[in-house]
Design a binder for this molecule. Structure first.
Ligand code: KIV
Ligand code: NA
Length: 267
């Protein structure tokens, strides 16, 4: 397709085809991923971590994430752009969720929003969907509930699998176009994808989901912090950039940059 829309993701699932999602926070990286054919770009509240250096996603505000979201939209031609709704901007009421989602559609121009949700907050998802805004529902480990969940822990093990499936079915009924599932056992993801009509996207959730997502700074080896075991590094950007910065500095200190070819003549 010329432009990826939510119905294309549904078609991918229906036809047994997988798709990829990466996070993006600025126009240039978004443009790189768009041209590389990444179907979905997520303006995640992980921006709090990888762009702002915070240890938690809870701190980022709507106004802050809107800036990143608008930049990503400016960088794409084809990818579907989804923005997270930040903590505190949609949990209060269905009305608050609609007002916040409208800001992301209107001010940033994203194509869909993502909400961390479960069965009890399905009415918030439904209100946003009823306003004409596509919603990706995020279940399993939901980082905005980190303190309630007792830290970064695998969800849905053993008897708790049933709750995750129940959440997913409620959110599908509420009108979500897709379910993102984080840090659950691989078998539960397989059961979820089979139980749901809509596509699933996994992170730390095994190989059975329709799509997969990673945070780009983790995936490209820019992040030198401790990485979760579900990350696969496809490049070593930190090494590449460090080497380039060393070379630039050496050239400057030794007086070999700029060369004659980088300057301007008097004529
Ligand atoms: O904010 C984020 O980057 C996310 C993905 C890791 C799923 O929610
Ligand atoms: Na997020």
């Amino acid at each position: 397709p010329k432009r990826i829309r939510t119905h294309h993701l549904q078609r991918f699932k229906d036809e047994g085809q997988k798709f990829a999602m990466l996070t993006a926070y600025d126009a240039m990286m978004a443009n790189v991923f768009d041209e590389a054919g990444i179907e979905v770009l997520l303006v995640g509240d992980s921006a709090a971590n990888v762009m702002q250096g915070s240890s938690s996603t809870l701190s980022i505000t709507v106004d802050e994430l809107l800036v990143y979201a608008k930049s990503v939209v400016n960088g794409v031609h084809r990818s579907l752009v989804v923005a997270d709704l930040p903590f505190g901007s949609y949990q209060v009421s269905p009305e608050q969720a609609v007002l916040t989602a409208v800001r992301f559609m209107k001010e940033a121009g994203v194509h869909a929003v993502k909400m961390e949700a479960h069965a009890a907050t399905a009415p918030h998802v439904k209100a946003v969907v009823d306003a004409g805004i596509p919603v990706m529902a995020h279940i399993g480990f939901t980082p905005q509930s980190e303190h309630q969940l007792g830290g970064f822990r695998v969800q849905g093990r053993g008897e708790h699998a049933e709750k995750v499936i129940d959440d997913a079915l409620s959110l599908q009924s509420a009108g979500a176009f897709c379910v993102l599932v984080e840090m659950v056992p691989a078998q539960l993801t397989a059961d979820l994808d089979a139980a749901l009509r809509i596509p699933t996207i996994g992170i730390g959730a095994g190989n059975a989901s329709t799509g997969q997502v990673l945070v780009w700074q983790d995936m490209l080896g820019l992040n030198n912090g401790r990485l979760p075991r579900f990350v696969k590094q496809y490049a070593e950007l930190r090494r590449t950039i460090t080497d380039a910065a060393h070379s630039f500095r050496r050239d400057v200190v030794e007086g070999t940059f700029p060369g004659e070819e980088h300057g301007f003549s008097a004529e």
